[in-house]
Design a protein around this ligand. Structure first.
Ligand SMILES: Cc1cc2nc3c(=O)[nH]c(=O)nc-3n(C[C@H](O)[C@H](O)[C@H](O)COP(=O)(O)O)c2cc1C
Length: 469
C-alpha cells in the first residue's frame, strides 16, 4: 500500500484542503479521511455496473480476431444429423478454417451449445434477442464477419423459411442479412425431401444462388427407412466448402517456407538393434499438413513413423539424430522452423558394424552413450540462415511450464510448445494434446484438443505473427 503524507502534497492542493476543512469544521486529516470514505463508497456503488459492462463485453461475439484465415459460420438446424455437425466443426478446423456456430432452438434438442462450443473453441450463438450480443446488432456482425455460411443439417423447416425470406430467429436473420455465399446440406426424411413444397423451396433457393451438397441416398435414422434425405458426410461438406472458397481461399502462409521435424529417432546399437522413444509423429505430421493447407512450401524431416506422408509436403525420411540434423541443414533457408521431433538425446558410442552375437558364457554387452547434436539449439543459434521464427517442443513429465521457460532461454528459440508427456496423459503416441505456448510475452494455455486442432491453432498463431511483422 502506498503511503502519502500531507507534506508531500503540492502547496495549492494543501491550501484547498485547509479551506475545505475549515469550512466543514474538521481537521485537515479528518477532511482527507472523509474524502477517501466518499470515494470508496462511490466505487462500491458503481461496481455492479462495471461488472455488468465487463460481462457484456466478455460474452459478446469477439471481433473476428484474424482475417488472414477463411471464416466459416456453421448454422446447425434441428435434425437428427445435427450430431454429425460436431464432426464437421472438427473437419473445418483441421483445414485451418476459423469456425463460428449458430444452433437453432430445435438444434439444441439434438446437440448442446457446450459440446459445439468446446469444439469451436468459442461461445455458440443461439438467440436473436440476446442483450449481450445485440447491444451492437450482433446478428448483422455475424452475417458480415464471415466468408461462407454453411447450414448443416438444413432441415425442411429451415429451407422453407429461407425460401420465404423469414427472419424470426438468429439463424434466419443472419442468413437474410449476409452477402456471403451460402452452402446448404439438407437432411430430412425421404418423404419430406420429396414433398412438393420442399422441392419448390429447393428450386427457389437454387435459383436464388444457394449452393447444395447432398442430400445422399441411403439408410435413414428411422428404422426401416431408406431413400434420398441423408445429410452429406462431414468430409463431403468440407470438400464443398473448400471448393466454394476456391481461389478466394486465404492462404495465410503462401510464399513462406516452413520446415517441420517429426517422429522419433532411432539410434543404432548394431545393424539390427536400436534405441528409440514412443513418439508417433502424429503432432509433427499434423503441423506439416496444416502448414501446407495454409499455403506454405513445406519440408518435413521425419524419423521412422508408421504414418503416410502428408499431401503436398516434401517429406525426407531419416533414422538417427545426426541424419535428421543433416537433412534439416540441407533444407535451409526457411522462414519458419518447427521442431516437433522427439530427438534422442544420446546415441550409442561405438555402434557395432556387425550384429552383436549372443555367445554362451560371454559377458552381457555394455552400452555406453554419447550426447547427440541438439538440433533445435543448433538451428536457433545459427548466425547464417537462422529461420525468422524457430519453434521448439518441450516434452516434460513435471514442472512443464518452468522447464519450458528454461528451455526457451537455453535453446535460443522463439516459442516453445510445452506438453506433459507423463504416461497417464496418453499424449505420447496418442491423438490428443494439451499445449502451453511459452513465449517471451507470456504463457498461453490451450485446451485439450486433437493434434490436428493443435496444428491448426499453431498455424493460426504463426500467421498472425507473420502478418504482424
Ligand atoms: C426426433 C426428431 C428428428 C427430426 N429430424 C428432422 C430431420 O432430420 N430433418 C428435418 O427437416 N426435420 C426434422 N425434424 C423436425 C424439425 O426438428 C422441426 O421441423 C424443427 O422446427 C426444425 O427447426 P429448424 O428450422 O431450427 O431446423 C425432427 C424432429 C424430431 C422430433
Amino acid at each position: 500500500m502506498a503511503s502519502l503524507t500531507v507534506r508531500q502534497l503540492d502547496e495549492a492542493l494543501k491550501q484547498q484542503l485547509r479551506l475545505r476543512a475549515a469550512r466543514n469544521g474538521r481537521s485537515v486529516e479528518d477532511e482527507i479521511r472523509n474524502i477517501l470514505r466518499s470515494a470508496a463508497a462511490e466505487v462500491e456503488a458503481t461496481a455492479p455496473m462495471v461488472a455488468a459492462a465487463a460481462e457484456a463485453k466478455a460474452s459478446a461475439p469477439a471481433r473476428h480476431p484474424d482475417v488472414s484465415v477463411n471464416r466459416v459460420l456453421l448454422i446447425v438446424g434441428g435434425g437428427i444429423a445435427a450430431y454429425k455437425s460436431l464432426d464437421l466443426i472438427r473437419r473445418l478446423k483441421e483445414r485451418g478454417l476459423s469456425v463460428r456456430c449458430i444452433l437453432t432452438k430445435a438444434a439444441e434438442h439434438f446437440v448442446t451449445p457446450l459440446a459445439a462450443g468446446a469444439l469451436v473453441g468459442e461461445r455458440i450463438f443461439t438467440d436473436l434477442f440476446d442483450p449481450r450480443t445485440e447491444f451492437d446488432v450482433g446478428h448483422v456482425r455475424l452475417a458480415r464477419e464471415t466468408d461462407l455460411i454453411v447450414a448443416a443439417p438444413a432441415t425442411a423447416d429451415l429451407v422453407a423459411k429461407l425460401a420465404g425470406g423469414h427472419a424470426d430467429d438468429l439463424a434466419t436473420a443472419v442468413l437474410l442479412a449476409t452477402t456471403a455465399k451460402i452452402l446448404l446440406a439438407p437432411a430430412m426424411n425421404p418423404r419430406m425431401w420429396a414433398n412438393k413444397a420442399t422441392q419448390r423451396n429447393i428450386a427457389q433457393l437454387a435459383a436464388d444462388g444457394f449452393v447444395f451438397v447432398g442430400p445422399n441416398e441411403g439408410e435413414m435414422a428411422e428404422a426401416g427407412e431408406r431413400g434420398r434425405g441423408r445429410m452429406a458426410e462431414p468430409l463431403e461438406i468440407t470438400a464443398a466448402v473448400e471448393k466454394l472458397l476456391g481461389a478466394n481461399q486465404v492462404r495465410p502462409l503462401k510464399g513462406r517456407r516452413v520446415l517441420v521435424t517429426s517422429g522419433p529417432t532411432h539410434e543404432p546399437i548394431d545393424p539390427v538393434r536400436y534405441i528409440a522413444n514412443r513418439s508417433s509423429g502424429k503432432q509433427g505430421h499434423a503441423i506439416a499438413a496444416a502448414a501446407a493447407r495454409a499455403g506454405a512450401e513445406v519440408t518435413l524431416v521425419s524419423g521412422p513413423v508408421s504414418l503416410p506422408d502428408p499431401p503436398e509436403v516434401k517429406t525426407i525420411h531419416v533414422e538417427s539424430a545426426r541424419d535428421m540434423l543433416a537433412a534439416v541443414e540441407a533444407a535451409l533457408p526457411v522462414d519458419i522452423g518447427i521442431f516437433a521431433a522427439a530427438v534422442a538425446d544420446w546415441r550409442v558410442a561405438g555402434e557395432a558394424q556387425q550384429k552383436i552375437k549372443k555367445r554362451a558364457g560371454a559377458a552381457t554387452p555394455e552400452l555406453s552413450l554419447v550426447e547427440n547434436p541438439d538440433i533445435l539449439s543448433t538451428i536457433a543459434h545459427r548466425k547464417a540462415q537462422r529461420p525468422r521464427l524457430v519453434i521448439g517442443f518441450a516434452a516434460e513429465t513435471e514442472n512443464v511450464v518452468a522447464h519450458a521457460k528454461e528451455k526457451l532461454a537455453k535453446k535460443g528459440c522463439d516459442w516453445i510448445l510445452a506438453n506433459d508427456v507423463s504416461p497417464e496423459t496418453g499424449i505420447m503416441g496418442g491423438d490428443m494434446n494439451t499445449i502451453q505456448l511459452v513465449r517471451d510475452s507470456g504463457v498461453e494455455s490451450w485446451p485439450p484438443q486433437s493434434k490436428e486442432d493443435v496444428a491448426a491453432m499453431l498455424i493460426e498463431r504463426i500467421a498472425q505473427q507473420m502478418a504482424a511483422e
